[in-house]
Write a protein that binds this ligand. Structure first.
Ligand SMILES: NC(=O)c1ccc[n+]([C@@H]2O[C@H](COP(=O)([O-])OP(=O)(O)OC[C@H]3O[C@@H](n4cnc5c(N)ncnc54)[C@H](O)[C@@H]3O)[C@@H](O)[C@H]2O)c1
Length: 346
């Protein structure tokens, strides 16, 4: 299959690109290379005859039309987005622009191409979204695919809007779409502004490890390679018009997660004092959702997917990867906004 993957130079998109090429799919990676992109993430497949890169912005209708005609994909996997909640609090405009207008522009380009091809039923537009569209849970319960949307941050609202557009293009124009909503990812190539890499890299450097509020927010952590495998499965086996929740079934409070990482570093890079001594509670994120949890029954029972690693195994692998790949993360720490406290504006 020939896949057009948007956002393939980002964290999750690059895992999809690497796995898709390894599975023998052709891939055209469409990415405009924002601050969050890193082409090194796909260096391992860059020389493959199965791989092509197009530096294109998904808001550029003309460029997208050219890419569709030139590469003739069988499917689109849409991951390009502005993805950092804290940045969405400081500057929501970019999130509306890329996540909403960009998704609309991509949908229109895909629809024009699909119609020109004679509306093949085998075509797929796979939209990759987040569990954050469902809002915040109390101590009990999980998000299912039927949970009403209730986004609460500019980021999650922009993703919810894009999900609605994708469903509308299916119902109105018949575009064969599938959707997936996943929980928090972690693993290799995670950009160093997100929680887990921040914890690893600050602790390694002996710098304070910031934890928002009391660290009691709960997330369901999904190892990025497990997520990429799920996405390829949804693309190949998912029913048209259907959405699939993808979760790691690994819930943890932020403070427990941070303590786990500190304990791993105590074993692998012992310091004079335990790394947990660096933990510093800082002002909470405005509107910080308390708890997300995914009920992954549908993807488990209908498609046969399940996560392959536990949180403890995944964290161990992730810490090992950061210890072995300083040449990847060190230059990224100099990018705009990385290492700064973002998203406190009210
Ligand atoms: N990271 C998570 O935990 C998580 C959880 C749930 C859902 N998601 C979703 O998965 C997708 C990928 O997330 P990620 O963490 O890999 O994001 P990321 O920020 O690491 O990567 C996003 C990529 O998209 C590209 N991009 C951004 N704007 C673009 C534009 N206008 N045109 C073309 N390319 C553009 C960037 O250059 C970057 O390479 C996003 O849609 C996100 O909403 C992520």
């Amino acid at each position: 299959m020939k896949l057009l993957v948007t956002g393939g130079a980002g964290f999750i998109g690059s895992a999809v690109v690497r796995q898709a090429v390894a599975a023998g799919h052709g891939v055209v990676n469409v990415d405009c290379l924002t601050y969050a992109a890193c082409l090194e993430n796909v260096a391992s497949v860059a020389a493959s005859p199965l791989y092509a890169f197009e530096q294109v912005d998904i808001r550029d209708a003309e460029a997208l039309a050219r890419v569709f005609v030139a590469h003739r994909p069988d499917a689109v996997m849409h991951l390009a987005a502005e993805s950092h909640v804290d940045r969405s609090i400081d500057g929501p405009g970019a999130f509306i622009d890329t996540n909403v207008r960009g998704t609309y522009t991509l949908l229109e380009a895909a629809r024009a191409y699909w119609q020109d091809q004679g509306r093949p039923e085998s075509f797929r537009f796979h939209h990759i979204s987040t569990d954050e569209v469902f809002g915040s849970l109390g101590p009990e319960g999980q998000f299912t695919e039927e949970t009403p949307y209730d986004p609460r941050s500019p980021y999650s609202a922009s993703k919810a809007a894009s999900d609605h557009l994708v469903r509308a293009w299916h119902h109105t124009y018949g575009l064969p779409v599938v959707l997936s909503n996943c929980s928090n990812n972690y693993g290799p190539f995670h950009f160093p502004e997100k929680l887990i890499p921040v914890v690893i890299l600050n602790a390694l450097a002996g710098r304070p490890v910031p934890v928002y509020g009391q660290g009691l927010n709960v997330r369901d952590w999904l190892y990025v390679e497990d997520h990429a495998a799920a996405l390829l499965m949804v693309l190949e086996k998912g029913a048209v018009g259907r959405s699939y929740n993808i979760g790691g079934e690994n819930e943890a409070t932020n403070i427990d997660l941070v303590r786990k990482i500190c304990a791993i570093l105590d074993r692998k890079r012992p310091d004079a004092a335990p790394h947990a001594g660096l933990i510093e509670f800082v002002t909470d994120r405005p509107g910080h959702d308390l708890r997300y949890a995914i009920d992954a029954t549908r993807i488990r029972s209908e498609l046969g997917w399940k996560p392959s690693v536990t949180l403890d195994e995944g964290l161990e692998r992730t810490v090992d990867w950061y210890l072995a790949n300083e040449s990847w993360w060190r230059p990224l720490q100099a990018r705009q906004g990385v290492g700064e406290r973002l998203g406190v504006a009210r």
